[in-house]
Design a protein. Structure first.
Length: 240
C-alpha cells in the first residue's frame, strides 16, 4: 500500500515498492520521461510503500543496476519540480531516490540511512548527500551507516517538512499545491538556476540568473503576476 495523493492532472505520480526491483526502476524512468513530455504535468511525486519508502533492492545483475542508476539520473535531471513522500525507511537506493528529488517530506517515523552492508552507493548517494546535508554529516552517515530519524533529518535539511504518518498525504498535498501556485514558466527556470548554483562559480551563476530573468520578462504570466500583486489577489497563470 503506497501513500495516495489525488491532485489532478498537473501532478504525475509514481509509487515504488519497499524492495526496489528492475520493474520499479523502469516505471520510475518511464514516469520521468512521460512527465517531461507532457506539458500538462507540472510536478512529479515519488512515493514508496506505506511503511517503508524503499528499504532494499532486488536487482539481479549489472544490467538491472545500470537501469536503476539511469532511472535515478532521469529523476534528478527532470526540469519540472519533484517531491519525494517518505512514509517509512529510506535506506540505500531508497535514500538515493529521495535525494534525486527536489523536495522531500517525511512521516515523523521515517528513517534514513546509507548502510555499507548494502554495498557502495551507485545512484549518486556519495555526491548528492553532502550537497544536501554537508560533508561532515554525510561522512558520518556513510562511514558509520548510522540511521537518522525524521526530526534530525528535518534539522539537517534532508527533509523540508514532517507530518504524523496518518496526515502525511494531506501535508504532502499542501506542499505540492504550494509548488503549483507558482508560475508554470518560472518554476523550471528557477530549478535550473538553483541546481546550477551547486556547480557554477558565482559570476557564472549570476549571469545565468540574469539570462533566465530576461527570458521571462516578455511572458504574459509575468505581466499577470505584477497585476495580481498590485491588486492583492491570487494570480491566474496560463503558462505563456
Amino acid at each position: 500500500m503506497s501513500v495516495t495523493l489525488d491532485l489532478g492532472p498537473e501532478v504525475a505520480r509514481v509509487a515504488l515498492g519497499a524492495m526496489l526491483t528492475a520493474g520499479d526502476a523502469q516505471r520510475l524512468a518511464d514516469a520521468c520521461d512521460a512527465a517531461a513530455a507532457d506539458d500538462a504535468v507540472r510536478v512529479l511525486v515519488v512515493s514508496g510503500a506505506a511503511h517503508a519508502f524503499v528499504a532494499q533492492t532486488r536487482l539481479a545483475d549489472e544490467a538491472e543496476r545500470r537501469l536503476a542508476a539511469r532511472a535515478v539520473a532521469a529523476l534528478a535531471d527532470l526540469r519540472k519540480p519533484t517531491v519525494a513522500v517518505i512514509a517509512g525507511a529510506a535506506y540505500g537506493i531508497g535514500l538515493e531516490v529521495a535525494l534525486a528529488c527536489d523536495l522531500r517530506i517525511g512521516a515523523d517515523s521515517a528513517t534514513f540511512a546509507l548502510p555499507l552492508a548494502a554495498g557502495l552507493p551507485f545512484c549518486g548517494g556519495t555526491q548528492r548527500l553532502p550537497r544536501v546535508i554537508g560533508r561532515a554529516r554525510a561522512l558520518d552517515m556513510l562511514l558509520t551507516g548510522r540511521v537518522v530519524g525524521a526530526a534530525e533529518a528535518l534539522a539537517w535539511g534532508l527533509v523540508v517538512r514532517t507530518a504524523r504518518a496518518a496526515g502525511l498525504a494531506e501535508t504532502a498535498g499542501v506542499l505540492v499545491r504550494d509548488v503549483l501556485a507558482g508560475a508554470p514558466l518560472a518554476l523550471p527556470l528557477l530549478k535550473e538556476a538553483l541546481l546550477a548554483a551547486q556547480d557554477l562559480p558565482l559570476a557564472e551563476g549570476l549571469r545565468l540568473e540574469e539570462d533566465l530573468y530576461a527570458l521571462l520578462q516578455t511572458s504574459a504570466d509575468r505581466a499577470e503576476g505584477v497585476r495580481a500583486f498590485l491588486a492583492r489577489r491570487a494570480p491566474r497563470f496560463r503558462g505563456r
